[in-house]
Design a protein around this ligand. Structure first.
Ligand SMILES: C[S@@+](CC[C@H](N)C(=O)[O-])C[C@H]1O[C@@H](n2cnc3c(N)ncnc32)[C@H](O)[C@@H]1O
Length: 276
């Protein structure tokens, strides 16, 4: 059973720990959401699962109870010490815990050759790192499935459709590699302490043929969205050998032309842009 709010408060008192806001320490205290996270990712005994920020191990224990192998990375030394003494001994050698920053080890120490054989990510992400961490996950080998607790605003940006204000570079990169399956709204009452924002459980399934952008193309797309009110023809002037004219001419496939603003251009069209 996941930790209740009072058990969470008790453990935090025992280890003399005050939740740290800058590390996004809002611990899950809702059994239903913990169960849903594991179920949405269909975690099974044969799976390798990466967890970012295991905290007090609520989600970690639920993942381990399926029989899966779990690779987890925790930045807070006091929480990492608690996990080593209180969660690891019950894990039968299936919890591979790292202490450190997930931005330095986005797959929590899961080796590339093992990741290539298939892995999933299930995590209640620390909000401050969600976008840079996500960006680093959008590389080979991609996870088969990710179920991520996110700030509602971030989830809306990741899932945004062209034409909306939230549509940006990260929406394009993510939606080129993953399909967005139904997720869940998560109220603040599911966490201790309660965050002052709404959360969302985002459910991402790797596409049968995922598309990954090169780092150079990513940089160019990001630069375009930094001036999202400008037309693409002026944004690309001087940035590509032909000022982007050959790519711009393909926008007619979408009924668009060089006057289009970045947010109006659909993901498929951005995939035709390539910086070499
Ligand atoms: C939202 S809490 C989730 C805790 C736990 N998984 C749960 O659901 O109750 C985020 C966790 O990520 C940890 N964290 C914050 N920044 C981190 C980083 N850069 N790398 C790894 N862990 C981080 C925090 O210390 C905290 O334990």
């Amino acid at each position: 059973m996941p930790l209740s709010p009072s058990q969470t408060r008790e453990i935090l008192a025992q280890i003399d720990h005050l939740p740290r806001k800058h590390l996004g320490q809002n611990f899950l205290v809702d059994a239903n959401i913990v169960r849903k996270s594991v179920e949405l990712a269909s975690v099974a005994a044969t799976d390798r699962v990466v967890e970012i920020g295991p905290g007090l191990g609520t989600l970690t224990r639920a993942l381990l109870s399926t029989g899966a192998q779990v690779w987890a990375i925790e930045h807070d030394p006091r929480l990492a010490a608690y996990l080593r003494t209180d969660v690891m001994p019950d894990a039968g050698g299936r919890l591979h815990l790292m202490e450190g920053d997930a931005l330095d080890a986005p797959r929590a120490g899961l080796a590339t050759n093992e990741a290539a054989a298939g892995f999933k990510v299930v995590a209640n992400l620390p909000y401050a790192i969600s976008t840079p961490w996500m960006d680093s996950m959008l590389a080979d080998p991609l996870p088969q499935h990710m179920v991520l607790m996110l700030q509602r605003e971030a989830a809306d940006r990741y899932a945004a459709a062209p034409g909306s204000k939230q549509f940006g570079a990260i929406s394009i990169f993510l939606q080129s590699a993953f399909d967005i399956a139904p997720g869940h709204k998560v109220p603040a009452a599911c966490f201790h302490p309660r965050p002052d924002i709404e959360s969302y459980l985002l459910n991402l399934v790797r596409k049968p043929v995922p598309y990954l952008f090169s780092p150079e193309t990513k940089r160019l797309i990001r630069a375009c969205f930094q001036q999202r009110r400008k037309q693409v023809s002026s944004l690309l002037r001087g940035k590509l050998p032909d000022d982007g004219q050959s790519w711009i001419s393909t926008l007619t496939l979408e009924g668009l032309d060089g006057r289009a603003r970045p947010e109006a251009i659909p993901t498929k069209a951005w995939q035709r842009l390539s910086v070499t």
